[in-house]
Design a protein around this ligand. Structure first.
Ligand SMILES: NC(=O)c1ccc[n+]([C@@H]2O[C@H](COP(=O)([O-])OP(=O)(O)OC[C@H]3O[C@@H](n4cnc5c(N)ncnc54)[C@H](OP(=O)(O)O)[C@@H]3O)[C@@H](O)[C@H]2O)c1
Length: 329
């Protein structure tokens, strides 16, 4: 089956400028952390990619270690990219990262120049690409000098293997330093990728202010707290869910009675607003104009369709925001 994208794909999606850069990102971007490994069905993830592009999602987020096994998501994405999207590469923002364990020995983890440069070369081969649009350092490294890690990102940009640099999981102060270094090196930081959702709020204590001041974009990951912020777990752990999957990163012991009580209350509020909890959780992040895009993960095209509706629903009243804080904090 050949794929022809929807010719109206840019008419419904909203795009926001990424910090003070030239790049605009769709308010919903697609993450390939789960559901694109070798154990997953190609028919399913190919359908997700088609729907995403048809709906104006131009940004696809990967990392060297996404799978399982590590590297599988890049391989599978690269194959479909070649088969279905070869003519549309210039309409896409593709990102990858290095920072977590990838291969044995001292050069396959953390933040050395050796690791970052070799890892990106491997990612490009797996995805069959000449360059990626964004290359991230995936997490801060307490042992490697920040100057070395940032100079690796800068080198990669100057070599043209990535167009923009990003950082992920950096706390506010370290993010500020990394952003300064990249600016001095002539390769400014485009974007920061932190964990952020109604349930995980650390970015509100300084990071968002740093990013706004420096003109760096923000793309929260796990906006649905890996599926907790949906109706999925209200009646137990369904068989086909991330929490039931032995290779999934959401562990069943994280789904406590206390968290389910809070989620039920959030669900009631979402229903009152006329939306699903997933839609409310995404819209809640997007209410802040400092958020460039939210990085959604889905295990089916139906979930993506559900999430996309968050763009076409009412804003939040002051009372609703207070109510959400009261439930989650
Ligand atoms: N930089 C980092 O350190 C880092 C870390 C983690 C993730 N990320 C990035 O962020 C992306 C998103 O992370 P995530 O996958 O944890 O995000 P998420 O959007 O919080 O969770 C995704 C999961 O939620 C469930 N879901 C999604 N939409 C749903 C809906 N409408 N109804 C019911 N359930 C729904 C699905 O679970 P089921 O599979 O159970 O159906 C899906 O797999 C990743 O793919 C990756 O690109 C980055």
């Amino acid at each position: 089956m050949t794929y022809t994208p929807n010719s109206n794909r840019y008419q419904t999606m909203q795009y926001r400028r990424c910090g003070r850069s030239g790049i605009k990102l769709p308010v919903i971007s697609l993450g390939l952390w789960h559901n694109f490994g070798h154990q997953d069905e190609e028919k399913n993830y190919r359908e997700i990619l088609h729907l995403a592009f048809d709906e104006g999602i131009t940004h696809f987020d990967l990392a060297n270690n996404y799978g399982p096994p590590p590297g599988a998501a890049e391989e599978n994405f690269g194959r479909i990219l070649k088969k279905d999207f070869a003519a549309y590469r210039d309409e896409m923002i593709i990102s990858t990262k290095a920072g977590y364990h990838m291969w044995n020995g001292p050069y396959g983890d953390w933040g050395s120049k050796k690791y970052l440069v070799s890892s990106l070369d491997q990612s490009l081969k797996r995805m069959q690409l000449d360059y990626v649009d964004i290359f991230y350092h995936h997490r801060p490294d307490p042992e490697t000098p920040l100057e070395e890690t940032m100079s690796a990102l800068s080198l990669i940009i100057k070599q043209g293997k990535a167009l923009y640099a990003g950082i992920s999981n950096y706390p506010a102060e370290e993010a500020g330093k990394a952003i300064d270094l990249l600016k001095q090196m002539g390769t400014p930081c485009l974007i920061h990728q932190p964990k952020y959702s109604m349930l995980v709020r650390w970015v509100e204590d300084g990071l968002l202010d740093v990013l706004e001041k420096e003109g760096v974009g923000c793309i929260p990951f796990s906006p649905l707290a890996q599926g907790l912020l949906t109706q999925k777990y209200l009646q137990g752990i369904p068989e086909n869910s991330r929490a039931a999957n032995p290779t999934g990163f959401l562990k069943s012991n994280e789904i406590t009675t206390e968290i389910i009580e809070r989620i039920s209350k959030l669900n009631e509020l979402a229903l009152k607003r006329g939306q699903t909890l997933a839609q409310m959780a995404l819209a809640w992040l997007l209410k802040d104009k400092r958020i460039t895009s939210v990085l959604l993960g889905v295990s089916s095209a139906a979930q993506l369709k559900d999430g996309l509706q968050c763009m076409h629903q009412p804003g939040f009243t002051e009372d609703e925001l207070i109510e959400i804080d009261r439930i989650v904090k």
